[in-house]
Design a protein around this ligand. Structure first.
Ligand SMILES: Nc1ncnc2c1ncn2[C@@H]1O[C@H](COP(=O)(O)OP(=O)(O)O)[C@@H](O)[C@H]1O
Ligand SMILES: [Mg+2]
Length: 308
């Protein structure tokens, strides 16, 4: 017996011992939470050049479903894989800005100015972040005025789309973090986007309101943006220990089929902790399952062809 083992308590030695045992062969393929075979998503090839960016809107008119967390964490994961990523905070609450270490209430110029003022470009309000390869267009409460002011604008649904034209060639992926509503700002995000990602919290009423969201997406596709696709539905805050959460994802799968990402994000307090630290989870807790899940989502998105 090694001196190390004898000096440790039983609780500490048990995992050490089991770690040295041969791992049993896995029984068949790995399955995702709805029982589909889980493909192995390869690490994306490095890119030789960057842009033009694919614009993805993160959308759900329900609040607290993981839009902002997904924007930040997926953005940071894609940046780790060498992608040039722009996060556009498109919620007057400014949570994506705060989550990336920027206090938007101290800023004079934000997305609002780039959209509403002639002579202010998106480049003028764009900032780098502490994450290599990830830039931010911040938002603050000023943006709430845009919702009203846009009503009187010519081509009021495509103001964001026009603002993004200045920078779209510099990025591989542009993630737009929408506010929890289906108002004119969200319509602007959908008009600018190539794809929509819909985060759904794994709880009983998750599907409530999704029909209306899908209807809005279809209207925007018909009238304003024929290229718009639903990239995927992402189940968030999944607690594998509860039957309830598994039933919810199963129902989402029955309703939407393979639009549901294989990747599911588990519920963990590390996400709110990372928000408090104003860091993406991939930086705050790089080896935690939450960070791993968002890296898998980034690889799945690339494997599906929805990101470079
Ligand atoms: N997978 C998760 N597990 C636990 N808490 C989460 C998870 N994802 C997000 N949260 C927390 O839930 C709250 C709402 O998430 P957020 O991303 O801000 O939602 P939304 O942008 O849709 O309003 C935040 O406090 C966030 O830290
Ligand atoms: Mg949000």
């Amino acid at each position: 017996m090694s001196s190390q083992a004898s000096s440790e308590s039983t609780e500490q030695t048990l995992p050490t011992l089991s770690a040295t045992l041969p791992h049993p062969e896995p029984q068949g393929p790995l399955l995702d939470p709805v029982g589909r075979e889980l493909p192995e998503f390869p690490v994306p090839e490095p890119l030789g050049s960057h842009g033009p960016g694919r614009i993805i809107a993160l959308c759900n008119q329900k609040g607290g479903v993981g839009k902002t967390t997904t924007t930040i964490s997926l953005g940071a994961a894609l940046a780790e894989y060498g992608r040039r990523v722009l996060v556009v905070d498109f919620d007057p609450q400014g949570a994506a800005s705060v989550g990336l270490g920027v206090n938007p209430n101290e800023l004079d110029r934000t997305i609002y100015n780039a959209m509403m003022e002639r002579g202010t470009s998106l480049r003028d309000v764009l900032r780098t972040t502490d994450i290599d390869g990830l830039d931010l267009v911040p938002a603050n409460i000023d943006l709430s005025a845009a919702e009203v002011q846009l009503v009187g604008e010519v081509a009021r649904e495509s103001v964001l789309s026009r603002a993004l034209r200045d920078v779209v060639d510099d990025y591989d992926v542009i993630l737009v973090d929408c506010q929890p509503s289906l108002g004119l700002l969200t319509v602007n995000a959908l008009t600018a986007a190539h794809g929509v990602m819909i985060p759904l919290e794994c709880e009983f009423f998750a599907l409530r309101g999704v029909a209306l969201l899908v209807e809005t997406i279809e209207k925007v596709r018909d009238r304003l943006n024929p290229r718009l696709e639903v990239d995927g539905i992402l189940a968030t805050m999944f607690d594998s220990r509860t039957l309830h959460a598994r039933e919810v994802v199963q129902r989402v799968y029955e309703a939407f089929g393979d639009t549901l990402f294989h990747t599911v994000i588990g519920r963990t307090v590390k996400f709110p902790d990372a928000s408090v630290a104003a860091e993406p989870i991939t930086v705050y807790a790089p080896t935690h399952a939450g960070a791993t899940a968002y890296r898998q989502l980034a690889r799945e998105l690339v494997a599906r062809g929805d990101a470079a």
